[in-house]
Design a protein around this ligand. Structure first.
Ligand code: EPS
Length: 376
């Protein structure tokens, strides 16, 4: 139903996006999109690049007088750092080749990308594989959220681990997750937050980087998004596919996830209850809101696991692709940890999948038509 494309290099002039299949007459508040773009830029552990950028959306088409037209929504996000990179990144003529990269970082797209696309300069790979691209996906998620908001579907996230520091499950409080933005590491427990910050500081001093985990909650999802009837229509599969496509994500679990393999059937499955006010409901949510590839009306709960950033000051063995000699990596600028930012990206990517499935079930050309179908 919804299709979208992203384009742009990390140090190119602009990032851009196009959304197709979005209904008409949805009110769009640009300030909300800019607020989500800002949320993605925050987070303890980011490098100096985030001091340069102040991501803001410029809508080019598909919106008129703050309402969607049903036509493709195209937009730009400016890379403010481009002015420092113009002579290395100009699309027509590069005046200076001194930012050529020939030393691939282990764990990055660098080597495979250069071999696959036959590049002598790894910059051609890293510019696009950079997580800077996620700014566009946040803008897209923030636009579609203005549709799902209408139908009382909400999304939130919090960071549950940075490196070896984890939030204990017994101190999770779902209500507090809404306040995760108040924490510089998006952690809902002050004690754990302090430990996470300390862990990032230690890694930074050691020239190292850190990964971690975050959890996404989606509330208000009606029963029956996704389907069991065919493998490529399953909601959990679609969420996992999209979330795994976020740079650095190595695992995704839904509900009990990995833990479910260790539980007995009687311990795992959520018993079914009914009352006229609530309809069908559960008192536990180990399924994470999805059964048989369909939403079951409970909150959708997803955890994503991110590897440490591959750009390291700490030496790792690699090979120079020009000379084929081994070298020890050296780098100038990088993030130490981007898990808090990734959790915001995760929210926006997940809500885009939910919006797509919502439109598949209740879709129409205009907001009014969708509302009518949803109310029936
Ligand atoms: C990134 C490297 C860093 C990050 C960047 C992703 O950028 P730079 O190479 O300019 O220092 O800050 O993330 C962003 C710019 C962003 O907006 O998230 C990388 O190599 O993936």
């Amino acid at each position: 139903m919804l299709r979208y494309l992203t384009a742009g290099e990390s140090h190119g002039k602009y990032l851009s996006g196009i959304i197709e299949g979005f209904p008409s007459n949805v009110p769009i508040d640009v300030d909300k999109i800019n607020a989500d773009l800002k949320r993605r830029q925050m987070g303890y552990g980011r490098g100096d690049r985030m001091k340069i950028e102040q991501d803001r959306i410029e809508i080019l088409s598909g919106v008129r007088n703050s309402k969607t037209l049903g036509s493709p929504i195209a937009f730009l996000i400016q890379n403010r750092d481009y002015k420092n990179w113009e002579k290395y990144m100009d699309p027509i003529k590069i005046e200076d080749n001194s930012r050529k990269v020939t030393r691939p970082r282990p764990g990055h797209a660098d080597l495979c990308g250069a071999v696959k696309y036959n590049f002598a300069d790894i910059r051609n790979v890293l510019e696009r594989s950079s997580a800077r691209e996620t700014a566009v996906r946040v803008a897209i998620g923030s636009i579609v959220k203005q549709l799902t908001d209408y139908f009382y579907i909400d999304v939130m996230s919090h960071v549950t681990a940075i490196g070896n520091v984890s939030l204990e499950k017994n101190i999770w409080d779902v209500e507090k997750i809404k306040d995760a933005d108040k924490s510089p590491v998006r952690c809902i427990n002050k004690n754990t937050e302090d430990k996470m910050i300390n862990e990032i500081e230690k890694a930074k001093k050691a020239g190292d980087s850190l990964g971690g985990a975050f959890e996404i909650h989606i509330t208000g999802v009606p029963i029956g998004l996704g389907s069991y009837v065919h493998w490529d229509r399953k909601l959990d599969a679609k969420l996992a596919y999209s979330l795994m496509s976020i740079q650095g994500i190595k695992a995704v679990e839904i509900g009990e996830g990995f833990g479910s393999s260790r539980l007995k059937g009687s311990e795992m499955h959520d018993e079914i209850f009914y009352n006229p006010k609530k309809g069908y409901h559960r008192e536990t949510n180990r399924a994470g809101g999805i059964e048989g590839g369909m939403s079951n009306g409970e909150n959708i709960v997803i955890r994503c696991y991110m590897k440490p950033i591959p750009t390291l000051h700490k030496p790792l063995q690699s090979i120079d692709i020009e000379t084929k000699e081994s070298f020890i990596a050296t780098v100038e600028r990088s993030d130490t940890c981007a898990v808090p930012s990734a959790s915001v990206v995760g929210e926006m990517v997940a809500i885009t999948v939910i919006a797509d499935e919502f439109l598949r079930k209740y879709g129409g050309d205009s907001l009014e038509e969708i509302t009518k179908r949803w109310k029936e």
